[in-house]
Design a protein around this ligand. Structure first.
Ligand code: A2P
Length: 332
């Protein structure tokens, strides 16, 4: 595919903005760019490569002549329009959870399972943001020593819940600082200002959340380990951008922290930042807008034997969403 005609569905959203930034930053070789969103946004102008592009309302005929369609407008929109777009000849890379676990739809992190891309039939799925960040660190461990169990707690930024959630965090923080009651939470399930809550996406019958289920089933699919045990607790924290994760893994064969640091430092898409005695470890502020996932606090685990415990941080809008999808398109 040379110099494709590209569409972004959900161009006005948090991930949509990131798509524009990433396509510009990587000088993605596109021939034309069509920006699509809901009717509410029709007529808005968004800058790309120095020119304003007018946002169009998504419609059945939006995909005529489009070669690559990046979707980031939620699962309902993806279910309604992705197949239609691929029937029009576009390759769809969808950021929602609608197709991720569908048999035959590749779920891809290019540094980890690029080989899966070849099997697509018009739709590819971009994994959940927390999952993308996690598998970049798990894949090198799996390859070197085998992996049997993973326990992960996330510290997820407000922007993972969309732009309205960021606005809500800001206004609630202003209210609390002014000793006023914060506005009732709407985009998020609770007030996030000066708070954290263990509630990302909806609760399932067994007490886990859907976000926690995504981490289990998507990690299994990407790593091709259908039996892997992954116990996730997903927590929203009052950070604007970048998810963090605390990870404990059980390995099949022992790996010392020193060997693990060298492994992470050489792993694609990963950087090592690990000098705790110099107060040097990854934090969300430092990795906002950056490509790699940063790993630190690598240590011998105290529960799993053999095992490791570590911390990671990555920009969930960038590598956790737009950048990963653009890398899939580049691989195509
Ligand atoms: P709009 O801005 O017109 O509502 P976020 O995740 O930041 O909330 O962004 C969601 C994105 O998905 C926005 O660009 C939003 O457009 C778009 N979107 C939501 N629902 C639809 C829909 N039914 N059709 C097209 N785009 C939609």
């Amino acid at each position: 595919m040379s110099d494709p005609h590209v569409a972004i569905v959900g161009a006005t959203g948090a991930v949509g903005h990131e798509f524009l930034r990433v396509l510009e930053e990587r000088a993605f070789p596109l021939r034309s760019l069509k920006l699509l969103a809901s009717e509410r946004s029709a007529g808005r102008r968004l800058p790309f490569r120095g020119e304003d592009h007018v946002v169009e309302a998504l419609a059945d005929d939006s995909f005529r002549g489009i070669d690559v369609a990046f979707f980031s407008a939620g699962g309902g929109t993806a279910k309604a329009y992705a197949r239609l777009a691929s029937d029009c000849g576009a390759v769809v890379i969808d950021n929602s959870s609608a197709f991720r676990l569908v048999d035959g739809v590749p779920l891809v992190v290019p540094e980890v399972n690029a080989e899966a891309i070849a099997g697509h039939d018009g739709i590819l799925a971009n994994p959940n943001c927390s999952t993308i960040l996690l598998v970049l660190a798990l894949a090198p461990l799996q390859r070197r020593c085998g992996l049997t169990r993973v326990v992960v707690s996330t510290y997820q930024a407000a922007s993972g819940a969309g732009q309205r959630a960021v606005a809500e965090l800001r206004s609630a923080t202003r209210a609390v600082l002014a000793d006023e009651p914060p506005p009732t939470a709407a985009a998020l399930p609770q007030t996030l200002a000066f708070n954290v809550f263990p509630h990302v996406d909806v609760f399932m019958a067994d007490g886990y959340t859907r976000e926690e289920d995504k981490m289990l089933y998507e990690v299994r699919k990407i790593l091709a380990m259908p039996e892997l045990r992954v116990d996730a607790t997903c927590v929203r924290v009052p950070v604007e951008r970048c998810h963090s994760e605390s990870v404990a893994v059980e390995l099949e064969r022992a790996l010392s922290p020193t060997e693990a640091r060298a492994l992470f430092a050489g792993a694609p898409g990963v950087v090592l930042q690990d000098d705790p005695h110099g107060n040097d470890y990854p934090m969300p502020r430092a990795y906002s807008g950056k490509d790699p996932v940063a790993v630190g606090r690598v240590r011998q685990g105290r529960v799993f034997e053999p095992g490791l415990t570590f911390w990671l941080v990555g920009d969930q809008l960038k590598k956790g969403a737009a950048l990963n999808a653009v890398q899939i398109a580049e691989a195509l």
